[in-house]
Each structure stands twice: as structure tokens, then as C-alpha cells.
Write a new protein. Sequence first.
Length: 482
Amino acid sequence: MRKELTGVKDNNEHINMNKNGEMKNERNATKLQQMVRIELSLVGGEAASIREDLWVEEEGERKALMVLVDDAGGAYPRIDHSPWNGCTLADFVMPFFLFIVGVAIALALKRIPKVKYAVKKIILRTLKLLFWGILLQGGYSHAPDDLSYGVDMRFIRWCGILQRIALVYCVVALIETYTTKLRPSTLKPGHLSIFTAYRWLGGFVAFVIYMVTIFSLYVPDWSFVDYNSDKPKRYTVECGMRGHLGPACNAVGYVDRQVWGVNHLYSQPVWTRLKACTLSSPAEGPLRKNAPAWCRAPFEPEGFLSSVLAILSGTIGIHYGHVLIHFKGHFERLKQWLSMGFVLLTLGLILHFTDAIPINKQLYSFSYVCFTAGAAGIVFSVFYLLIDVWGLRTPFLFLEWIGMNAMLVFVMAAQGIFAAFVNGWYYKDPDNSLVYWIQNHVFTNVWHSERLGTLLYVIFAEITFWGVVAGILHKLGIYWKL
């Protein structure tokens, strides 16, 4: 935590052309503000010095959405992650994060006075993201229900949300940094002049690596030990094929088993909610007696190969950021954003419904990238229209506060650290704590519905509560950033 002084910004256009045709801020930026200060989707503290309200409010919307689907998804499976093919509300969270990371990088790296300094900051921030990711999702923290801490290194999980963001951020930001001299100060005439080859380099390479690997890599039979049962038991999954996009024999899982080891993958994959695994589908439930062996297997939803293609989500965000930088009028910006958004959305749907490449979050399929990036671009445009064009900032202040302290909300709410701290102060029994009392007596018992009570608890006791806390911290000038 630290206090930061942020400059006052104009609510109108932030970027003008100087006499030499170069971009400059309307605010008299100090030398410190001109240095590379990249504010990621999880880093809201310094955002006011380099961003418009739009980016922070979008980040707040994504953080609120993450808390909602993580904590209420168990009660409402339809908003939880899709068990395999398809896309639900929860499946939009990760690509929306990566999209806004790309937008933030484009704005932060408009000018780079010192490339070496910028690279140093990028590497340092990447390492911070990796550290927090492993600490929060590697198995060390058992929050919020289990009050114990610690992880058996034989089963530590190396991948996670922050680790994927770290990889995408590092690759995209380094490309943006090293290609700074290739950027044109002015665009050539034409609707497609904004599309420059160097900007799409990382996304194109990631696309080629992913597509070649997932369709050509041979996946042999593999085995694992189920440690979730009463007695550990070894199972074998028969594969021996290429190009399979199902749960058992896809190249994404095979790469992760070879790179990380099967014991270091996520032990509770969402595919256990498939009809082939449980009669309770799409909700969680006991496994069928004749369920396939892979229903008990671990699988990493934020694995290596899927994270490689996630670079394309960040690259698309970079493009949207450059549209904002190079186009001055609202109409031109919206035309660029919406046209690309609808093209990507349509391409994703075509690939999915023709069964060419199904939309799949667990595999981070190309159709999933297109569909979610298109949706992110359209939502981004709507927020821009409401906030920057029509000036409707006040209704979104709540989201802006959350976005300014996004890391705080992620750790304390989405990862359950604050709830675990409160649960640590109980009376006689660990289940007799303030958190459980509020859940049962204020929400569940009042509404006589565990599902509705859970939803209302998440909305008011988590999202609203942390929105108010973030607002107070904003007024005090206190932000948690990496």
C-alpha cells in the first residue's frame, strides 16, 4: 500500500497534436509521468496519470464480474465456466483482462525516453505478477474456508490467472518497447493504415505456434494418480491421436503434463461437470460410477500452450489502444473499434457453429479468442460512448473505484483473503464466524433460498462492500499497485 499523488485530467480529449504533428498530453506531464508507468488490469494505483476514466471503470467492471462468477457460480452453474465447449459469463473474464492489458500498454508506451529503463520495469513487474500468482493460486493459501496455510511442493500449482497475465504482459510490452522507433507519428490515408505488421508480430507468432502444435502434436496414452479419493489410485487414459479437441487427448493438456508434470496441474477442472462425468451436469456433483478415467484427472486451464495463444488477446487490445492514440474523432474511433469487434465476433461464431474450431476457454481456442476479443471490443466501445462521448461518468464511479484498487479487490475478495482473516476469529467452532453468520442470517435465512442468498451475499457483502472500501481509499489517495 502506498499513497500516490495524481494529476488532474481533463474529461474531454486528452491527446492533441502539437505544432510538429506529435502526440502530447493536454496536462503538463512531469518527467516522472513521462517515464514508463504501465498500469495493468490488476494495477490501478497510478492509473489517473496515464489513463482516461474509461479504462479504470472497465477494469472495475471486470473485477466485479470476477467476484460474481467465482463466488456465485457454484449456486448458478449457468454463469460459471463452461464445462468444455461453449462460453458463459465467467468465460469472458480472462480475455477481457488481457484485452484491457493491451490497451493500457499502448497508452503507457506512447513514448519511451529510455528503452533499458522500460525493459527493466517490465521484467520487474512480470516477476511481481508471477510471485503473487504462485502465492495466491499455487496452493499455499487455502482461503477462505480453510484456515491453514502451506503447500506440498510435490503438488504446487505453477500456473494461474496472474501467471498468464504476466506472460502476455511481458511479451506484448517488450514487443511494443523494442518497436517504438518503427511507429509512425502520423497515419497514411486509408481505413487499414492503422494495421502495422510489427504490432501484430507477437500475436501472429503465437497463433502459428498454437495452431501447429494443437493439430499436429501426437498425444500418446498417459496416466495419473487420483489423490482425491480415499485411497490413491492410478488411472490410464488411452489416446494415441493428433488434433483431438476433447478433454482427454488434446495437445494443450499433453504439453502441460510434459512441461509442469501432471501433479502440478489444477486438480479440480471444470470438465467434471460434463454429462459424461456427473448426472448433476451442468452443476457439480458426484462422479458417475462408469465415468471415464479422465473425469478424475487434473487439467490446467491457464497452462502453457493456451497462454501462448492468449498473447493474441493482448495484441488485439494493443491495436485498440493505438486507435485511440492515432484517431482524434469519436466517430473514427468507434468505427474502427466496432467494425473490428463485429468481424472478430462473427469469425468466432462461424468457426464454432461449423465445428471447425469450437469456442473453448479451457483450450483457449482461436475461435474463443476471436469471439471474446470481439465482445470485449464492443463492450469497450459502449463504455467509451457512455463515458467519453455522452459524459455519463457518475453512474460508473463505483466501478472506477474498484478499478483504481483492482489488486486489492482481487486479493481480498476474489481470492478470499479478507474472508479467511475474518473466519479466523470464530466462537467455539470455525463455522461460527462473522462471515458465516452474515451469510446465513442476513441473506440465506431471510430469503429462504440458499441460491438467492448466495447471490445477494456476493453482490452486497463482497462487490458492494469492496466498492465502498475502494472509494474510501481513493478519497484518501491510497492505492495498492505492483
